[in-house]
Ligand binder design. Structure first.
Ligand code: GLV
Ligand code: MN
Ligand code: MN
Length: 411
């Protein structure tokens, strides 16, 4: 690996660290859809994009977009993107690395242009933390940020439309965010967020498919009452019911190959040590490469929740937040990416992604491909998430071969 790429990689990692300062919580990275820290993130990212020779705008869905024009009109647009929002107490590379690496890739071109134009996008929302529904930014790109999604409320009762307005943007103009160019293509760099590449000692992986995911919210309602005076047989404890069901979720998921199911959030009310919990809201996240297996699992788990609630005298309500099918990356485009990895003398590891990505939304409208970078120790969605400078340098080298290959074979 040349010193040139390693120096660029070191700067990219430093930039990810610099972006992590823009957070809703001191000492941790938490950056949700169009929160105030996203505004300062945009200021910094805009500066870097402009330094790399891009014209920058923020669309009305809050995506930051840098255009790097081509030398010939009528050529197919290449979009390179990832997301700038995060989960609570996040790692600093999930999403941000893909955006910063794309900017770094254009920066090492040092002013050189291809015949085709490139647009680098920092998506405003991918994680689904604030509104319970992910991919708000990339949905806007493909023209699927609809009225129902704009009307969705966060826990404070603020709608997606309100959030857009408070950020100084115009929700009535989100459709202007949709890609209008003919036959665009999409490339995403992302950390693997799992242990596969690390266990094989490989810096890069080429994504073939992204598994499908279901996300639901379930509310268990019982009767809040005095913890000292209410005998055990006369209780309707919402948390005890939810806990029984969470144990079922873990057991059911472990019994099916390749299935993962997670209850990652539980809100307990009223939330005092001497009050029987009267209300619990929990999330459910289910993923599997087969959509049928995933749907079957969700059906079984919701039936179990009904049964547990009925037996305990609780009422239950459920709301589906996401039913995202598994998505295959474009075979030809992915082969081109694999070719670029080979040109760098790295073995090509083809793999599925268990994490969701903006690429799964973009793939509905355009050929899409993803390059994974090794996640040391497979840790992600956690502050210990990391990346190696050599791997970022390898991704830059493969990215450059990929752009050159597109230039040679561009139609
Ligand atoms: C995004 O990180 C997801 O897979 O939940
Ligand atoms: Mn994530
Ligand atoms: Mn991500």
């Amino acid at each position: 690996m040349t010193d040139h790429y390693l120096a660029a990689a070191t700067e990219i990692i430093a930039r990810c660290r610099a972006l992590a300062v823009h957070s809703e919580e001191q000492g941790y990275l938490t950056r949700t859809f169009l929160s105030e820290p996203m505004r300062s993130t945009h200021i910094t990212v805009r500066e870097w994009m402009e330094q790399a020779g891009m014209n920058v705008r923020i669309d009305h869905a809050g995506n930051i977009r840098g255009c790097y024009g081509g030398t010939e009109s009528g050529r197919r647009l290449l979009i390179i993107g990832s997301h700038l929002d995060s989960v609570p107490h996040a790692g600093i590379f999930d999403g941000a690395l893909g955006v910063v690496l794309a900017i770094g890739l254009l920066q090492i071109l040092d002013g050189r242009r291809f015949r085709f134009p490139i647009e680098v996008i920092g998506f405003s929302e991918e994680e689904g933390v604030r509104f319970g529904v992910p991919f708000i930014g990339s949905r806007a790109l493909i023209g699927e940020l609809d009225g129902a999604l704009l009307a969705r409320q966060d826990p404070q009762g603020i709608t997606v439309s309100d959030a857009i307005r408070h950020f100084g943007l115009d929700p009535s103009r989100v459709e202007e965010a949709a890609i209008s160019q003919d036959k665009p293509r999409y490339l995403e760099f992302h950390i693997e967020q799992g242990p596969v590449l690390d266990s094989l000692g490989l810096p890069l992986g080429v994504v073939e498919a992204i598994v499908g995911q279901s996300r639901l919210d379930l509310q268990f309602t019982g009767q809040a009452n005095h913890a000292g005076t209410t005998p055990m047989n006369l209780r309707h404890d919402a948390l005890a019911g939810a806990a029984e069901w969470i144990a079922v979720v873990e057991r059911e998921a472990a019994a099916v190959d390749d299935l993962v199911a997670t209850v990652g959030r539980a809100d307990v009310k009223p939330g005092a040590g001497n009050v029987i919990p009267g209300f619990v809201s929990v999330s459910l996240d289910v993923r599997h490469p087969s959509d049928t297996a995933r749907h079957d699992c969700v059906k079984r788990l919701t039936q179990k929740a009904d049964q547990i609630a009925a037996r305990r005298g609780l009422t239950i309500s459920m709301e589906s937040r996401l039913d995202q099918p598994a998505v295959k990356m474009d075979a030809g485009f992915t082969n081109q990416l694999a070719g670029a990895v080979e040109r760098c003398d790295y073995p090509v590891k083809r793999m599925n992604s268990g994490a969701g990505h903006d690429a799964m939304i973009m793939a509905r409208r355009m050929p899409s491909a993803m390059l994974f970078l090794r996640s040391p120790r497979g840790i992600s969605h956690h502050p210990d998430e990391s990346v190696l400078a050599e791997d970022v340098a390898a991704a830059l080298a493969a990215g450059l071969f990929f752009l050159e290959d597109l230039e040679r074979h561009d139609d």
